[in-house]
Design a protein around this ligand. Structure first.
Ligand SMILES: Cc1cc2nc3c(=O)[nH]c(=O)nc-3n(C[C@H](O)[C@H](O)[C@H](O)COP(=O)(O)OP(=O)(O)OC[C@H]3O[C@@H](n4cnc5c(N)ncnc54)[C@H](O)[C@@H]3O)c2cc1C
Length: 448
């Protein structure tokens, strides 16, 4: 006999949790069951901070209290097969689960780069499994030389955190000509690189690792130009791929971005099966091309749409496309990016105009705790619509990028931003006379 539930969710990461909590609000009488294969989950975005900033790795545990409070059942099991005809999912435990509505929230898995010796001991992945991560933290802390592979935001967060451990020498290797190259323009990448170098990290750009050498354990990394460095451990920040094998086996469609195909309401081709988060396909906000953005913030936005729309369409056309939006932090420097960069907009063929500004984030700038904030905005040249933005600065920059994200989502124009009505206060914001988002829009107007 199969275990019956109304709503079955596979995966207990941010997408699965938020789908369950949202569904509970919209459909309080439905029974909700989450099956997850990792008993001891970790907060994914907090993984880099398990090395130094958090007192103990256990502080990064993914809490399930909200689920208990909302009577959402959780079972540790691995879903192995979906049988669409009978609306069941078979678990590794031998249990069968019968659903009315099924939500796929299986996330993503780290990419294993095709490098010789990648199987050696001492090479670690960002698996979202607390037991694995604790071992990784203990072993990396014993190292003298650590190599971080990949100069995206996850790689630089690992490098920054590990460099705070006394006695460890950190290398960060990126095969592209600059770090953060996919989501920031050059001037912002250079700010991050400067900060990492100041922290003593050896940033190697245009540097492709071709082999890991050593007996069983990694001892050296060999680069394409023939140079070698001595290392005791490696942490990989080389990206992730959508975990779609269950969906493929169930003959659900897969999009060009390699995620499970979904419509605006997160429905797959089967109206009773939804997909959310890293395993679900995304379409770019401005080009509608398939894209592989994998962010917890995007995952939860999708989960809120799916959770509301499981039994009838309540939240209408809110997923108008994915805006790649995130922020990161390097030793006191906050960097945020939303939408298209100048580089990616030009590559796509958009005719654009940009505007930039730099000011203090308090006024006067001599107030205690003030930081510089740099803002760059990218607009469509003819229509004046905001297409992207980047921010660098102190803590305040983390929310400024969210204002820009909201403006992109609402297709705000240059003149609307120029005449933005905002709250300012000496201790809290830049001066109203040079509010950075407004000043960058004015600069763009001048450049038009
Ligand atoms: C080191 C690191 C730092 C990050 N920092 C940020 C950040 O600062 N900001 C941000 O927005 N994003 C960040 N991300 C990305 C973010 O973690 C992901 O986008 C997010 O976790 C996606 O959520 P999800 O629920 O879709 O998938 P996941 O978090 O991957 O969760 C999926 C879950 O499903 C389980 N599962 C898979 N298959 C099965 C199965 N067959 N049966 C049962 N269970 C299954 C998995 O074990 C997993 O627990 C970071 C990622 C990493 C690795």
């Amino acid at each position: 006999m199969a275990k019956k539930t109304d709503i079955l969710i596979i995966g207990g990461g941010p997408a699965g949790l938020v789908t369950a909590l949202t569904a509970k609000r919209y459909y309080p009488n439905k029974h909700i069951l989450i099956i997850k294969d990792v008993a001891n989950g970790s907060i994914p975005c907090g993984i880099p901070y398990m090395f130094s900033s958090l007192k103990s790795p256990d502080e990064n545990k993914l809490g399930l209290d909200a689920l208990k409070k909302n009577n959402i059942e959780v079972i540790i099991d691995k879903a192995e097969k979906i049988t669409r005809k009978e609306k069941t999912v078979s678990g590794k435990s031998g249990e069968k689960y019968k659903y009315e509505k099924l939500v796929l929230a299986m996330g993503a898995l780290p990419i294993k780069p095709p490098i010789g010796g990648i199987e050696k001991e001492g090479i670690y992945y960002a698996y979202k499994d607390m037991d694995y991560l604790k071992k990784m933290v203990i072993n990396v802390k014993k190292s003298k030389n650590v190599l971080i592979l990949g100069g995206g935001f996850i790689g630089i967060e690992f490098a920054d955190e590990i460099s705070k451990i006394e006695g460890i020498n950190v290398y960060l290797a990126e095969f592209l000509p600059r770090i953060l190259g996919n989501s920031f323009d050059e001037e912002f990448s250079m700010l991050a690189e400067g900060k990492l170098k100041l922290a003593g990290i050896k940033v190697l750009t245009g540097a492709r690792v071709i082999e890991f050498l050593g007996k069983e354990k990694v001892e050296r990394a060999k680069f394409a130009d023939g140079t070698q460095i001595e290392i005791d451990s490696v942490v990989l920040g080389t990206g992730a791929f959508a975990n779609t094998s269950l969906a493929v086996d169930a003959a659900l469609d897969i999009g060009r971005g390699k995620g499970i195909w979904v419509d605006e309401y997160m429905r797959t081709v089967d109206p009773d099966i939804f997909a959310v988060g890293d395993c679900a396909g995304k379409r770019d906000f401005y080009t509608r091309k398939d894209t592989a953005v994998m962010l917890a913030s995007t995952a939860t936005a999708e989960a809120r749409i799916a959770g509301a729309n499981l039994y009838s369409l309540k939240v209408i056309r809110e997923n108008k496309g994915t805006i790649a939006i995130y922020s990161t932090y390097v030793d006191g420097l906050v960097l945020g990016s939303a939408g298209l960069t100048e580089t990616s907009a030009k590559k796509e063929g958009f005719e654009i105009v940009t505007g930039s500004t730099e000011s203090a984030d308090k006024h006067p700038g001599s107030l205690p705790g003030a930081s510089k904030i740099k803002v760059k905005l990218i607009f469509s040249k003819q229509s004046g619509v905001l297409m992207g933005g980047q921010v660098a600065g102190g803590i305040s920059a983390g929310e400024v990028i969210n204002i820009i994200g909201m403006a992109i989502q609402q297709r705000v124009s240059l003149t609307e931003l120029e005449t933005l009505q905002m709250a300012t206060h000496p201790y809290l914001t830049s001066a109203p006379t040079m509010y950075p988002v407004v000043a960058a829009a004015q600069d763009a107007l001048g450049n038009m």
